[in-house]
Unconditional design. Structure first.
Length: 224
């Protein structure tokens, strides 16, 4: 179980300080890059990621909610991001782009919106290190979790297991103390949480509690 707090819910004027609050308990810092074209929001880009890389002791998990990922994704990997995820809906050449991300030294992820089926991308699993399933419509933090995605999480886990791969299944959107257990039980093993962490009085304690609940749910879901 890996926890990747999203700085979308952090204080943008204090990103390095905010990332430091969860450095001892989280696994990744999740960075949402939005371009106001693929999604109706504008956040941060490569210069801010490069600056944060200089100060974060955790690897950066860059989620690119942008058009033309073929053009930009490899640059995030070259800058030093540990994982770079592109959206299937935005990519005209996903295999080439995923390979370019890996060639630049990062893990490669593919994201699917809630209404995008996972099965058409099963043959791409060997090109992936992570499959991100959005559990809200991408664009804004603080949205309510969409339970309708949980069956897709189960199908994704079955596809990964059936092919003998080690692809991580990540969920992003509305992940809280109340929803993380259902995600872990369905087969997710990496969790993005924004408001549930950086909106808490003690972000580190919030991460610890999220991990505890995920571990409990995953353990209960494992067959004897």
């Amino acid at each position: 179980m890996q926890i990747a707090p999203s700085v979308l819910a952090a204080d943008f004027a204090r990103l390095a300080d905010e990332a430091a609050t969860i450095a001892d308990v989280a696994d990744w810092v999740h960075v949402d890059v939005m371009d106001l074209h693929f999604v109706p929001n504008l956040t941060i880009g490569l210069p801010v990621v490069e600056a944060l890389l200089k100060h974060s002791s955790l690897p950066l998990d860059c989620h690119l909610m942008i058009e033309d990922p073929e053009r930009w994704a490899p640059e995030y990997a070259e800058a030093g991001a540990g994982n770079v995820t592109i959206h299937a809906e935005a990519s005209a050449a996903p295999v080439r782009t995923l390979r370019a991300i890996r060639a630049a030294g990062a893990r490669a992820g593919l994201a699917l919106n809630p209404a995008t089926a996972v099965e058409p991308y099963a043959d791409l699993l060997p090109e992936l290190d992570m499959l991100l399933l959005m559990t809200v419509e991408p664009g804004f933090g603080g949205q309510h979790f969409l339970d309708l995605v949980l069956p897709k999480v189960r199908r994704a886990r079955d596809l990964v297991r059936g092919r003998g791969g080690s692809v991580w299944v990540q969920v992003d959107g509305g992940v809280t103390d109340e929803t993380i257990g259902r995600c872990a039980e369905a087969g997710a093993d990496m969790f993005v949480a924004g408001s549930a962490v950086f909106g808490a009085a003690d972000p580190a304690a919030a991460v610890t509690e999220l991990r505890r609940r995920a571990d409990l749910a995953a353990g209960a879901a494992r067959p004897d």
